[in-house]
Write a protein that binds this ligand. Structure first.
Ligand SMILES: NC(=O)C1=CN([C@@H]2O[C@H](COP(=O)(O)OP(=O)(O)OC[C@H]3O[C@@H](n4cnc5c(N)ncnc54)[C@H](OP(=O)(O)O)[C@@H]3O)[C@@H](O)[C@H]2O)[C@H](O)CC1
Ligand SMILES: [K+]
Length: 500
């Protein structure tokens, strides 16, 4: 069965695609010509009234694309200025040729003196996939002038200063209104700082053969709301609650009972047949009031859970667990029991912090759901290290713990050990609030209990969680979005097509 989603590429793959596309081409600048023309057609389509065009060109082939665009605009009768740093005259043969063609046609090139000229549209052709280091002060000033100009910004290939591989910014990066990618879609524009800098995304394949792209190794696979149906099929008529699995949620110390309540509610709304909660807080009554469908028991240790543990198809450990004596006991005993009984586990929140503090080998089929801070503790690095290269971080976490990992954050990433990461192309900043992770944990556990493998359950759950977050935000706004809002909308999202 075909994998859901679309491939995303890193710069190494893009270089391979470019080489494959240029093989046998008489004119090595053919792609640059097409890129510059595509950029100008995009500019005309998105900003048809723009007359004064400022094109910021860098020293490489991204700049070369810019010179081609500038010539196109000049020949269309626009008022065009190419702006560059005096130190950044075109260095590649192709870019030099395009620059010469622009000047021969009467194009004007001005050196950046701290301010960009008045313009109706700014084109960012400073750096593309060749960015190799943090911009120096002069380049930073130019980047900031682009972002602060006030006119719309069309970035060619990559917003300059953003890593197309890592989705991170070393120093400064252009904030673009739209980014026109060339050849194939880039991973870095969709995770970490990518979405904030790339703006709306477009792609022009520059007319290359499809095989040039399909032969390249994807850096990730992007999934969005349209892919939910791949996992969430209509239910068979001959069903009973046992077929939909049994989830045991363990967590909820005295002051953090709400977390395990959210996980249990999410598991119910994501379709688990039965949900049991083992907790110790004084929140049993409110939990049952909110979810009378859940079975709740107070517990001090796993042996007290004997029946529940055996009966469970999957155990979610961590929401509100805390790191006190009670949490420690349940952490160690649950992992021992899950290992002995080969019970699928979802570990979140304090279970992750306890695992980082007391490393141990995990049984097969575990799903970890760290946010960047928990991820940092699980790898023994700083949070900044995680965010600097999220794709590398999620691969490292999956390998280090031999588990499927959901690295939460802008553009959540999911990865199995040795696998290609999945990029969740949904979600919004309204979801950056306490309790949202507990909801995700409940959804993963519910999908595991319904028979999905660890990787499928993690990808589908992360996508379902983000889609529900977007739908809830669309109804009432991102600010003030609460985990309960997602739970209330989960059912509608978890049955694609049911309400069509
Ligand atoms: N994707 C494709 O196949 C296509 C590529 N095209 C366009 O070309 C760029 C890639 O071009 P490239 O020349 O490899 O790289 P860039 O233009 O992005 O910039 C690299 C040059 O800039 C210098 N550089 C890098 N980082 C910095 C920095 N922080 N400060 C100053 N200068 C920097 C770098 O110099 P080095 O010292 O690193 O050698 C290079 O000179 C791609 O993005 C597309 O826009 C085709 O035209 C279309 C298809
Ligand atoms: K650029």
């Amino acid at each position: 069965m075909a994998l859901p989603g679309d491939p995303l590429y890193d710069t190494a793959a893009l270089r391979a695609i470019e080489a494959s596309a240029l093989a046998g081409q008489a004119d090595p600048a053919i792609l640059m010509q097409r890129a510059g023309r595509a950029g100008w057609q995009m500019a005309r389509r998105c900003w048809p009234d723009a007359r004064r065009i400022a094109v910021v060109c860098g020293p490489g082939n991204n700049g070369g694309d810019g010179y081609v665009l500038a010539l196109q605009a000049l020949q269309a009768g626009m008022d065009v200025r190419v702006v560059r740093l005096e130190s950044q005259a075109p260095r590649t043969e192709a870019a030099q040729a395009m620059c010469a063609a622009f000047e021969t046609a009467g194009g004007r090139i001005v050196h950046f003196d701290g301010a960009l000229p008045a313009a109706d549209l700014v084109i960012d052709a400073l750096f593309g996939i060749g960015l190799s280091r943090a911009p120096d002060d002069a380049t930073t000033a130019l980047i900031e002038a682009i972002s602060g100009h006030g006119a719309p910004v069309l970035a060619l290939d990559t917003p300059s200063g953003l890593s197309a591989d890592r989705g991170s910014v070393a120093g400064a990066a252009v904030v673009a209104t739209r980014t026109l990618q060339f050849l194939a879609p880039q991973l870095g524009l969709r995770t970490g700082d990518g979405p904030d800098h790339a703006g709306a995304l477009s792609l022009d394949t520059l007319g290359i053969a499809r095989t040039c792209v399909t032969d390249a190794r994807p850096a990730a696979r992007r999934v969005d709301t349209h892919d939910l149906a791949h996992w969430l099929k209509p239910r068979r008529r001959n069903a009973h609650k046992g077929r939909h699995g049994r989830v045991l949620c363990i967590g909820g110390d005295h002051s953090t009972g709400g977390a395990v309540l959210l996980a249990a509610g999410a598991a119910l709304r994501a379709g688990a047949g039965l949900v049991e909660v083992a907790t110790q807080g004084a929140h049993v009554a409110p939990l049952l009031a909110r979810w009378p469908e859940a079975m709740v028991r107070r517990t001090d240790n796993v042996s007290a859970l004997a029946g529940a543990f055996e009966a469970a198809d999957v155990v979610a450990l961590g929401p509100g667990l805390g790191r006190g004596a009670w949490g420690h006991t349940l952490f160690e005993e649950t992992l021992d029991a899950a290992t002995a009984n080969d019970r699928p586990l979802v570990l979140d929140a304090d279970a992750l912090n306890l695992l980082a503090a007391r490393p141990r080998t995990l049984p097969a089929g575990v799903v970890l759901t760290p946010h960047p801070g928990e991820a940092a503790r699980l790898l023994g690095v700083d949070t900044a290290d995680i965010q600097r290269d999220r794709p590398a971080a999620v691969r490292a976490l999956a390998a280090r713990w031999n588990a499927v990992v959901v690295l939460k954050g802008a553009g959540s990433l999911v990865c199995a050990p040795g696998g290609v990461p999945w990029l969740i192309d949904a979600g919004n900043p309204g979801m950056a609030t306490g309790g949202m992770g507990d909801v995700l944990t409940g959804i993963i556990a519910a999908l595991r209990a319904q028979g999905h493998g660890a990787e499928d359950a993690a990808v589908c759950a992360a996508l379902l969680h983000a889609v529900a977050g977007d739908r809830a935000a669309a109804q009432g706004g991102e600010r003030g979005l609460l985990p309960g809002d997602l739970i209330d909308i989960l059912r509608a999202c978890a049955n694609p097509g049911a309400h069509a």
